[in-house]
Design a protein around this ligand. Structure first.
Ligand code: ATP
Ligand code: FE
Length: 329
């Protein structure tokens, strides 16, 4: 079963194709992403411009993804698209496109949750079967879910203020390292001293599994004003953020008796984070290359999982939602 996936939740136009094999395994066939550049001059994503760019690019990205997979549109057996959460105007472009395509091809359509997509991005690397713990660290989320059964998500902890990726972006901007901040910080950190700026671990002593990045952000601002080098700030912040994310997740894994942890979302591309998670001894699964930040293949993978689980196709009259919590228990 060949599944097309579309994500237009924010400023990336992503289209990917996966194949669900008869034995239940999935194979990635293609993944194409157009990252919008128009927003750079505004210092943030402009929703209206994002929608317009998706409209202008989606045909081309679909053709690229099909070509990369060696398929034509009539080879598709199902279509999945993100319905939320995200920017409604942006989501609508991919959602309506996906529905239209599914209807024209007379194949089932699956509306996908963006965070389920981020989690299923890791299915490109290992078969994803519950139970497991999932940490989504992206530009808008830092959420820990326990997944006791496939398709069942229990919120274990979440950020109380900024998302991890947002903190990387803001501190990179402050330090003059450019955008997107994650890769910039990680690159600058290689030339910096992680001990130069003393960051205090957030929420020290908490019994819960929550996250907070506003304290680190303020500490970074003060250190910057105090004359800290950008490289040292990057290295010190990265170390503090990684340690906090890993420690909290390990505690949650122990509390929920989970051996497998999925770490996904844009920040999961971070090399230092990956290294620290690998050193925990847990069975940690990350998305494959190009699948950490927003893309269509992860939505195709979520769609394939829904099909494998026997979930019914989505109604074609469902709409896009800006706010859509994943947890259902
Ligand atoms: P959400 O999924 O929560 O709606 P989003 O889709 O905007 O948010 P993603 O595309 O998953 O987020 O991730 C983007 C974030 O990942 C950005 O904040 C970016 O700085 C961060 N990021 C990307 N690469 C790295 C890296 N190597 N290290 C740290 N952070 C990174
Ligand atoms: Fe995302």
């Amino acid at each position: 079963v060949r599944v097309l996936g579309i994500d237009t939740s924010c400023d990336d136009t992503g289209v990917g194709v996966v194949e669900l094999l008869p034995d239940g395994r999935v194979q990635l066939l293609s993944n194409r992403v157009w990252s919008q550049t128009v927003h750079a001059r505004y210092g943030g994503v402009m929703p209206e411009l994002a929608s317009r760019e998706h409209v202008e690019r989606i045909d081309e990205i679909l053709q690229d993804a099909l070509q990369e997979a060696g398929l034509t549109v009539t080879d598709l057996d199902a279509v999945a698209a993100t319905s939320g959460p995200g920017l409604v105007g942006a989501l609508l472009v991919g959602l309506m496109y996906g529905k239209g395509l599914a209807q024209a091809l007379n194949v089932p359509f699956h509306a996908a949750h963006h965070l389920e997509g981020h989690i299923f991005a890791a299915a490109s690397e290992a078969e994803l079967r519950a139970p497991y713990l999932a940490l989504v660290v992206s530009g808008g989320h830092t959420h820990l879910f326990d997944v006791p059964r496939d398709g069942e998500y229990r919120l274990v902890g979440a950020t109380m203020d900024d998302a991890a990726g947002e903190a990387f972006d803001k501190i990179a901007r402050l330090a003059g390292l450019g955008y997107p901040g994650g890769p910039a910080i990680s690159e600058a950190a290689m030339r910096g001293d992680p001990n130069a700026v003393p960051f205090k671990e957030p929420l020290q002593g908490q019994k819960a599994f929550d996250f907070s990045f506003s304290g680190l952000k303020t500490a970074a601002l003060l250190a910057h004003r105090g004359g800290a080098r950008a490289e040292d700030l990057a290295a010190s912040f990265q170390r503090a953020a990684v340690s906090f994310l890993v420690k909290t997740t390990v505690r949650a894994a122990q509390a929920n008796e989970r051996r497998t942890v999925v770490v996904s979302g844009g920040v999961a591309a971070n090399g230092a984070l990956r290294e620290a998670f690998r050193a925990t001894g847990l069975n940690v699964v990350f998305p494959g290359k190009g699948l950490n930040t927003d893309n269509g293949a992860m939505i195709a993978l979520a769609g394939a999982a829904a099909i494998r689980a026997g979930r019914p196709a989505s109604a074609l009259n469902g709409s896009a939602t800006a706010y859509a919590p994943l947890a259902n228990a």
